[in-house]
Write a protein that binds this ligand. Structure first.
Ligand SMILES: Nc1nc2c(ncn2[C@@H]2O[C@H](COP(=O)(O)OP(=O)(O)OP(=O)(O)O)[C@@H](O)[C@H]2O)c(=O)[nH]1
Ligand SMILES: [Mg+2]
Length: 265
């Protein structure tokens, strides 16, 4: 019932989708050469949303990726940056990843494979078989687990990870999930809205590497509270369609949960 009107069949006819990669860097000039070198050679477009960096981030990006499209952001924060980046995409598939070296462009093919296999939204997970994190602290891991549990309870999902910046989706799913938030709660908004809109969400194992240079922009307590408020507030946000959740886990036991409580495809 009520799945987002997603022309999944039409999408499956796309054998070679155009892949847009969106990267939001804030003062990541030292990390970008490494990150950009990991992007697949068949990337259709790279959208970089420079958050008023003062370390030459855009110059470094142009030097290492001459075709890069650099866009600005009107506000502040990662959520604000991603919204601007998504709006600038013209490919069939949008991949979002970080600029600090944590996310490896070589994994993009896993996300694309899941989308070509029928998913609307391929969600990176560090906490399923094949995934991992060399970066997450005890506090952040505990918070992520707690918030993930809460989302699964409230939105009848089976997510194994919540606050992770590596995800991909068909561009025509964007209206259902696009967030209006500004900060690090952005992944929570995307993940919750994907479930509420009845998108077919598939988790994809991903390994998070340590940030290479520089310091994190995330403040665990401040941003944890923002994530919590987001989870609760999203209950009031009206989805584009009724929820009919289908969660598959790639590389693990398949689990499908319908919004009515019955299993189904
Ligand atoms: N454009 C833009 N990018 C941002 C902003 N805030 C964070 N980012 C980027 O968002 C990505 C994730 O931010 P990080 O600071 O690495 O946060 P994190 O991954 O939770 O923290 P670490 O694990 O310590 O790296 C990085 O690419 C940042 O540069 C912002 O305000 N604007
Ligand atoms: Mg990081």
């Amino acid at each position: 019932m009520g799945r987002l009107e997603a022309p999944a069949a039409a999408r499956r006819n796309i054998r070679s989708p155009k892949i847009s990669v969106v990267i939001p860097p804030l003062n990541e000039a030292d990390n970008l050469p490494h990150v950009l070198a990991t992007l697949p050679s068949d990337t259709y477009e790279l959208i970089l949303v420079d958050g008023d960096s003062i370390d030459g981030t855009s110059t470094v990006a142009r030097a290492h990726y001459p075709n890069v499209v650099i866009v600005g952001q009107s506000g502040r924060g990662k959520g604000d940056a991603l919204r601007a980046g998504f709006a600038a995409c013209s490919g069939d598939i949008i991949v979002m990843m970080d600029a600090d070296g944590s996310t490896d462009g070589a994994e993009i093919q896993r996300f694309v494979a899941a989308l070509l296999d029928g998913a609307d939204y391929a969600k990176g997970s560090r906490f399923m078989d094949g995934g991992g994190s060399e970066d997450i602290t005890f506090l952040r891991s505990a918070g992520n687990r707690l918030f993930c549990w809460l989302v699964n309870r409230l939105y009848k999902t089976s997510y194994t990870d919540l606050c992770y910046g590596y995800n991909a989706f068909w561009r025509n799913a964007l209206p259902a999930i696009v967030s209006d938030c500004s900060g690090f709660e952005v992944e929570t908004v995307l993940n919750v809205r994907a479930a509420k809109a009845g998108l077919r969400v598939v988790e994809v194992p991903s390994v998070e590497h340590p940030r290479i240079h520089g310091r994190s922009n995330l403040r665990p307590v401040r941003d944890g509270l923002r994530v919590l408020r987001t989870i609760l507030r999203e209950r009031e946000h009206r989805p584009l369609s009724e929820p009919a959740v289908a969660i598959d886990i790639v590389g693990a036991d398949v689990e499908v949960v319908g919004a009515d409580g019955f299993g189904g495809a």
